[in-house]
Design a binder for this molecule. Sequence first.
Ligand SMILES: Nc1nc2c(c(=O)[nH]1)N[C@H]1C(S)=C(S)[C@@H](COP(=O)(O)O)O[C@H]1N2
Ligand SMILES: [Mo]
Length: 491
Amino acid sequence: MVGADFPVWLRTAHWINVLFIGLLVRSGIQILGSYPRLYWTKYAAPGKEWLKFTKWRPPSDGRLWTTLEAEADVSPLIGQPGGNNLGLGRHWHFFSVAFWILNGVIYVILLFATGEWTRLIPTSWSIIPDAWHTFVTYITFHLPPQSEFHPYDPLQQLAYAGVVFLLGPFLILTGAAQSPSVEAQFPWYSRIFGGRQRARSLHFLGLLAVIAFTIVHTAMVIITGLGHNLGDIMLGTDQAATQGIAIALGVGVIVVILAIYALTSWVSLRRPRMAQHALGAVIRPPMRLLADETRSRQEYPKEDISPVFLVNGAPPDSPEFLSLMWQEFSGYRLEVKGLVKRSLSLSLHDLRMLPKQTQITQHNCIQGWSSVGEWGGTPLSKVLDLCEPLPEARYAVFWSFSRDTKGEPFYEVIPLTLARHPQTILAYEMNGGPLPMSHGAPLRLRAETLLGFKMTKWIERIELVEDYSTIREGQGGSREDNRYYELYAAI
Ligand SMILES: Nc1nc2c(c(=O)[nH]1)N[C@H]1C(S)=C(S)[C@@H](COP(=O)(O)O)O[C@H]1N2
Ligand SMILES: [Mo]
């Protein structure tokens, strides 16, 4: 059985948990800001959201708009790191989740190894009427006697057990259900939650539960005796003589945690590239594993095709591209060069002569929206077979006719292993018709296990390289360079 004293590992795990939950909440709000709309529908379509946190509306004059315009700025007071910063928000979220889970696993192991679990897990059904009784006591503005708090009062015990064993796992499971790579490998898994948009809404409800728990928990700690309670969680024992020290220590730890949020946000905003690399060192290896090891295929039924497929990326407007477009791309040539045995220059007709593949898949934008569409085109592996990459070729660079947010040609890099994935295609058709201009005509990449930003639209040429670090800012694509996204875009 447990004594009244809290062991040191339990107290440490509690405060580490506070630190990372705070980082997860802050970075989660940051990520939500990138597409601040939530859906119970299967796909994300304007006007179908059940909740939104923005006044921005799509233009009503029919002008083409892109989802990048629909992002909202987040105050650094509630977002990590603040501003318009999806890339670093995600870095902070995934970095924190790694340490939060590690801390949680150690905590649960020790809980069972030491017998402390009896403090948390109810062993008799009488907990329910007992908890109800406590609830009635509180709701009528009374406090239960102090003696009821050892180890915990029933309501408190139920709430803690619920947070540790239900809410925590729920957040992990609904988070994982939003990964395009998980979805591609285990389509049944995402379906449990009703698809990515519902998983995202459920994940948000989990966030609300975390916030509500934190508020009530903190209020109860204060109401039921700040000195007693901080004595337990700071010093391990609750003695009248040391309550002052316990309160000072407790306030001190909270101030340090808040200072960590402020400082890490400030550094991230001042030195974004450094933050991208430092956090990336932790999150990149697992992301890479998830991205690389995906062989399975997605196949959605025709009825799942979204009536509205959202658009991202502004179309090209160079005279060169426009003149190709006026001639219905009859003069278009896809150039394939770099580390290849044979450089290629393929017309759309040449591409159509190669084997054609169609697939109905879900497109997952990093901002949070998703749409299902049918794509038809040439498997990239067929094009690779034609040009025969040299042994040192490791990456394919897709250059677009369009400009990125800095006004330079949009480009994205994918590893050759993914270029050979059975569902990686150069699409020239969408939903049974020719690829529309807004979705990347004449040719766009589909790499179905990755996030949307990797799929270059309006492809001008493909270059095979050994290393991408000498291309522009060297991060592996326009979005990695300018917006601090991760190259291995599996989550
Ligand atoms: N050339 C180019 N390709 C691009 C982009 C872009 O800005 N420029 N945006 C990417 C992003 S972020 C997404 S989500 C998808 C969107 O594809 P869609 O417009 O067909 O939905 O295109 C990707 N390809
Ligand atoms: Mo995107």
